[in-house]
Design a protein around this ligand. Structure first.
Ligand code: OOG
Length: 262
């Protein structure tokens, strides 16, 4: 049973509820009143949701991909690649502190991050984005689904800005396009087992994440500018975010760490 009638109302209703969940750090309970969104509406709701952050002074700092690895697809039961938006307010400096008091049920993922050296029109096709990337860094992403139990389908997770919550970026290296396809990745957590994987898990080649982002971005109205970031998506399944130090190391690129407090 749906209480919402027009498409625009459905998009706005979804963004309203997601915004409220972020602000109150209380998850959306699936009580049957969630508006039924198709994928285009879900991306419109995401744009509305992130637009509220921009309206209060945050700046877009980059874009991110989700479900670029089989491990993530299997963990979450969604098998389509998705894209979301990052803002400067989500950034935690390397070596900095993240306070989880305002989050619902955060998880952390090891990633790599690309840097875009110039403005790119995503409608110019995948190779234009690939050509504009000049640097790569180890990264970690904190995700925090606004849905109870991290339980969602494709439109819901897209509307929720792909669960984006926080991220930290390690040292930059000049991008060696041939040298990033199979780098060992590890994520050390306090009082939890170390997670290990490879950048190979990201679509078989993390450069493909950029190609996929260009296609999704062109279809759904994303923009990307000089100096912005692209998080390529987790190389392993996500882990619950514990208090203490989280350290992600990527072979040859170095490491990034944050301290989690509440
Ligand atoms: C969605 C975000 C997934 C990734 O790297 O695959 C993602 C989620 O799992 O809540 O960021």
């Amino acid at each position: 049973e749906h209480t919402v009638t027009s498409n625009d109302e459905a998009v706005k209703a979804a963004a309203d509820r997601l915004h409220e969940a972020v602000e109150t750090a209380r998850p959306i309970i699936d009580d049957g009143t969630w508006p039924d969104l198709d994928l285009a509406q879900a991306y419109a709701a995401q744009a509305d949701l992130v637009g509220r952050r921009l309206a209060r002074g945050e700046r877009q700092s980059g874009l991110k991909l989700g479900f670029t690895s089989l491990a993530k697809m299997a963990q979450m039961g969604v098998s389509e690649i998705i894209a979301g938006r990052l803002t400067d307010a989500m950034a935690v400096p390397d070596g900095g502190t993240l306070d989880v008091a305002g989050l619902i049920h955060p998880r952390v993922e090891p990633e790599i991050c690309f840097r875009v050296a110039r403005d790119v029109d995503l409608a110019d096709g995948p190779e234009a984005l690939l050509a504009a990337v000049d640097a790569v860094a180890p990264a970690l992403e904190v995700i925090d689904s606004r849905y109870d139990g991290f339980s969602f389908d494709l439109p819901r997770v897209v509307a929720d800005n792909t669960s984006a919550a926080a991220y930290a970026i390690g040292p930059w290296s000049a991008l060696d396009r041939a040298g990033i396809g199979d780098l060992a990745v590890s994520m050390e957590l306090t009082d939890a087992p170390t997670t290990r994987g490879s950048t190979q898990a990201i679509l078989g080649d993390p450069l493909d994440a950029l190609r996929r982002l260009a296609a999704i971005g062109a279809a759904h109205g994303f923009t990307i500018h000089e100096g912005e970031l692209v998080l390529a998506g987790a190389a392993t399944a996500a882990a619950p975010l514990p208090l203490g130090t989280v350290r992600v190391a990527v072979a040859t690129l170095g490491e990034v760490a944050i301290t989690v407090v509440d």
